[in-house]
Design a protein around this ligand. Structure first.
Ligand SMILES: Nc1ncnc2c1ncn2[C@@H]1O[C@H](COP(=O)(O)OP(=O)(O)O)[C@@H](O)[C@H]1O
Ligand SMILES: [Mg+2]
Length: 317
């Protein structure tokens, strides 16, 4: 009998305990978000260096925080745009025209196939202007940049750089012109692997026939400008990606070009180094009034330019 009473008390206590536990949990449990991130989904984790959104009160920001992906990228871009002080518009009135393309086409032949990489592009860029070219892959951005820099000739149309019709220049004159007037920066840096930073920076000076002393001094000065003064004796493989690209920019500036062309210069770098490279381009433009034309897929980088040109299927939009 005593055992039956003991058993019934135990069952009742267990039941009452469980009921209390449930009530307490419902009352005091922390509120869970409606769409918690899936395990392994890091889209709600802020990108390094990105401005933090205050999600405590703003329902849109709360949504963005959990939605991730494109919406989050747009919101972060907007926030960083607001965080940066507005750039005063650059006054280009009276500035000389450094690039002028008129009805430029470029066709490639691949066997029987004819590829129309550029379908009549006309554009003008002034001295000291910073232009970003964006567009889907295959839309003709690199072809356009190579034609602007005299690395390739158009099929039809006129290309005038710094007042010279470069379609009329023959090989030797064209490479001389290129070496003096244009600096190139590429996604994969293209530093000479067996040359030190110092010698890599001197290469354009060697082609231009600059004397050894001034050439060395200029290379060392430019290394200082891009923050590589203590890396002059290093080989490219001993530099980080960001340092290699800074060396490539210094090399491009060696002959003081009026025009700097950069094809996805941050495409191989992380976000922080990519930003540092764009800061450097801005500093170069401020100091030397260099015209900068840069191809990029990154909307945050394009946003730093004075003007964005969008390309699609061989044409400017
Ligand atoms: N040397 C080449 N020979 C044949 N086709 C080419 C050559 N270079 C580029 N193309 C073609 O021209 C088009 C534009 O290429 P590109 O200028 O490299 O585009 P983007 O830089 O915008 O990705 C693409 O269809 C590409 O395949
Ligand atoms: Mg390209």
């Amino acid at each position: 009998m005593q055992f039956v009473i003991f058993l019934s008390c135990l069952v009742r206590n267990l039941f009452v305990g469980a009921a209390w536990g449930t009530i307490m949990m419902l009352m005091f449990a922390p509120e869970l978000p409606e769409n918690p991130p899936a395990p392994g989904d890091v889209s709600h984790v802020p990108l390094p260096g990105a401005p933090q959104l205050d999600t405590s009160s703003d329902p849109t920001a709360q949504f963005v925080e959990y939605a991730g992906g494109v919406d989050k990228a747009i919101a972060l871009l907007e926030a960083s745009r607001q965080a940066r002080p507005a750039k005063p518009p650059r006054n280009l009135d009276g500035a000389a025209e450094v690039v002028r393309l008129e009805s430029v086409t470029k066709f490639y032949k691949l066997g029987r196939q004819r590829i129309e990489a550029l379908k009549g592009v006309s554009v003008s860029v002034k001295a000291g202007e910073f232009v970003a070219i964006t567009g889907t892959s295959g839309s003709g951005k690199s072809t356009l940049l190579q034609i602007m820099g005299g690395l390739d000739q158009p099929t039809t149309g006129q290309v005038t750089i710094d007042g010279r019709n470069i379609g009329k220049l023959r090989d030797r004159k064209l490479s001389e012109f290129r070496n003096k007037t244009v600096g190139f920066v590429f996604q994969f840096f293209y530093l000479q692997p067996f040359l030190s930073t110092q010698l890599n920076l001197e290469v354009p000076g060697m082609f231009a026939g600059a004397k050894r002393g001034p050439r060395k001094q200029r290379a060392a000065e430019l290394a200082g400008e891009v923050g590589l003064a203590d890396r002059l004796r290093h080989l490219p493989k001993e530099l980080s990606g960001g340092q290699m690209q800074r060396a490539a920019i210094a090399r491009a500036l060696l002959n003081s070009p009026k025009l700097l062309l950069a094809d996805e210069p941050t495409g191989n770098l992380d976000r922080t180094n990519g930003r540092a490279i764009i800061d450097l381009f801005e500093a170069v433009r401020e100091k030397f009034n260099t015209t900068i034309i840069l191809v990029t897929h990154d909307p945050e980088i394009a946003d730093r330019a004075d003007r964005i040109i969008n390309m699609q299927d061989g044409k400017l939009l």
